[in-house]
Design a protein around this ligand. Structure first.
Ligand code: ATP
Length: 578
């Protein structure tokens, strides 16, 4: 497949503001790919080179790309930099300079998808002494063969600014349409994706081996399983009414990890399916010591106070993120992991087994007082007993409890009532915080004018339509430094028109690509004609009353991990009941 064809389609995708059009354009593009190419095309559309858990990044800074453009187009570096200042987009700079080159006498060989993908991969895998120079030379090699449009998209890709704004659901729908003409394969595609977290591999399997092969997809140690998520209910009574006799576990406020062991190798994945192995060396050692050759399990890792046994909240555990200090931090802040699910042991897939069977096996492997220990758990159908357990956990500083249906399988990649969270709430606040995606910002007035940002326009996710719908403007909760930093980060992902997957009645001063998730608290959920979340012909949308940020950017969440419109609707109803 010629890369020029892809560049043409990318231009169409960039121009559309409608998600349905996006779906049509993308499925047409996928139809043009050979089975041996589709995985690469899918990765490029996801704006990556390999699935996220492989952690393969291209590692090109803007300055490096400027050099590659200068070299490929025979332009002075200073001129490239000054053009960049003027245009604000290195893609446009490359496009303009490549146009000037099109009078070349000897036409270079046209780029194919394989050429470009291999170039990206080689760049990403280049490391060690002289890596910067070699990376520049690979990319300038590609650019010197590119037509102007290709040069634009290659340049944007290598610095992570492709910004096509295509979500995984749109890719899955489009793959289905490309293969069978409609969305009917979506469920099968999604199931396979949930089990391996590698959409390129799923697409390739579908295009090369067909639908039957998708149905046979299995859990594989080393490939993260997309995580099961919890619903919420307002009280223990509602929980018992909904799922009857159930397991109730302590809800730990730590770092969720999915641990994989294959022989001597251990991998730890975050909720976001990123590889976090380097962050938790003591957990890696403990997993290595397990007697099972192959195992996949999940739990919550937490730091604690050795003297008092008190568990620290997430904010303390996360200080480990700073790589270079891990050994020192590990000494000061010892770690424990509360294991709450078992997914695979030595060739046997447990994901389809009922909770109670998984738990029994889990308790035969993990023992109390070890670094890896089973989560605290009771089984009951008595709301008062749940209440007492909840009070005990909350007074010990925990977040609340998680109720689990005894006969439920592990629902990879899904949020449903197989798990139900019950969290402590504070006066004058919603029973739970809400995760929202920033889709734009408003320039500040008064005090804030000096930062050039006064509030962010935020949205929740409509997973049915794969669209982000606005719910609030958030103007408080960040420190001055955070506002300054936020503005910088948002300017890097600013886009000219409303992104195709955003639905909004409000027009912010600056639109941004939906990328960053923040957690907010609010007094209540209300109805408002200003917002699109949950808006129907009969009802106006949902809005948050007095929203305030309680976290800076949640790097562990993708935009699609924000709360959904459906969840907001449920929370709205729950609040009315109270
Ligand atoms: P979510 O992960 O559901 O999108 P969130 O990140 O805002 O939401 P919460 O809503 O507070 O987190 O609760 C879900 C999280 O609770 C899980 O993702 C997991 O990290 C954590 N957790 C803590 N204890 C348990 C437990 N015993 N069983 C399952 N999950 C638990």
């Amino acid at each position: 497949m010629k890369f020029a064809v892809i560049a043409d389609y990318f231009e169409k995708l960039e121009a559309t503001t409608k998600r349905l059009e996006m779906f049509d354009i993308l499925s047409e593009l996928f139809k043009k790919a050979k089975p041996s190419e589709i995985d690469k095309l899918v990765y490029i559309c996801q704006e990556r080179i390999k699935p996220p858990y492989e952690g393969i990044e291209i590692g090109m800074a803007e300055k490096m790309l400027e050099k590659a453009i200068a070299r490929a187009t025979g332009t002075d570096l200073k001129k490239v930099s000054s053009l960049y200042k003027k245009k604000g987009d290195l893609g446009l700079v490359a496009e303009a300079l490549a146009s000037k080159q099109s009078f070349k006498l000897v036409k270079p060989k046209e780029l194919t998808l394989n050429d470009v993908y291999e170039g990206f991969l080689k760049t990403a895998l280049t490391s060690g002494a002289g890596a910067v120079e070699r990376k520049i030379s690979i990319i300038s090699g590609l650019l010197s063969r590119a037509n102007p449009k290709e040069a634009k998209y290659i340049s944007r890709f290598v610095i992570g600014r492709l910004r096509l704004g295509i979500g995984d659901p749109t890719i899955m729908d489009s793959l289905s349409k490309a293969k069978v003409g409609d969305r009917s394969l979506r469920e099968k595609i999604e199931r396979a994706y949930n089990l391996c977290s590698d959409l390129g591999l799923v697409a390739k399997t579908l295009f090369e081996k067909g639908e039957k092969a998708l149905e046979k997809f299995k859990v594989t140690p080393g490939k993260p399983i997309r995580m099961a998520l919890a619903e919420r209910l307002p009280s223990s009574k509602d929980i018992v009414k909904k799922i009857g006799k159930c397991a109730v576990e302590a809800k730990y406020d730590g770092f969720r990890l999915q641990c994989h062991k294959i022989g001597k190798k251990v991998f730890l994945f975050s909720r976001n399916l990123e590889n976090m192995t380097h962050m938790f060396p003591e957990i890696v050692d403990a997993v290595k010591r397990l007697r099972h050759k192959e195992i996949i399990f999940e739990g919550e890792a937490l730091t604690y106070n050795e003297a008092t046994g008190e568990l620290y909240p997430f904010q303390v555990t996360i200080t480990r993120k700073r790589k270079y200090e891990i050994e020192k931090v590990a000494e000061e802040l010892p770690l424990r992991m509360f294991v709450f699910d078992l997914l695979y042991v030595d060739g046997k897939d447990y994901t389809q087994e009922p909770y109670i069977k998984r738990r029994k096996k889990l308790e035969s492997i993990f023992k109390k007082e070890d670094i890896l220990q089973p989560s605290e758990m009771i089984i009951t159908d008595n709301p008062e007993e749940i209440e007492r357990f909840f009070e005990k956990e909350v007074s010990a500083g925990l977040e609340g409890v998680m109720a689990k249906r005894l006969d439920a399988p592990y629902s990879a990649g899904a949020r449903n009532y197989n798990w139900i969270k019950l969290k402590r709430s504070y006066k004058g606040e919603l029973a739970d915080t809400i995760d929202v995606v920033i889709v734009g910002y408003l320039k500040g007035r008064g005090m804030r004018a000096k930062f050039g940002i006064g509030a962010v326009l935020v949205a929740v996710y409509d997973d049915k339509e794969d669209v982000f719908k606005t719910i609030a403007k958030v103007g408080s909760g960040f420190s001055e430094e955070q506002w300054v930093e936020l503005r910088k980060m948002l300017d890097k992902i600013a886009v000219k028109h409303k992104p195709a997957r955003v639905d909004s009645l409000i027009k912010p001063d600056v639109w941004v690509e939906p990328k960053y998730v923040i957690t907010v608290n609010a007094d209540e959920i209300t109805r408002s004609p200003l917002h699109t979340a949950g808006r129907t012909e009969k009802h106006s949308g949902f809005a948050l009353r007095f929203p305030r940020a309680v976290s800076f950017i949640r790097f562990d969440k993708k935009p699609e991990d924000a709360n959904t419109v459906k969840e907001i609707e449920k929370m709205f109803k729950m609040q009315k009941k109270k």
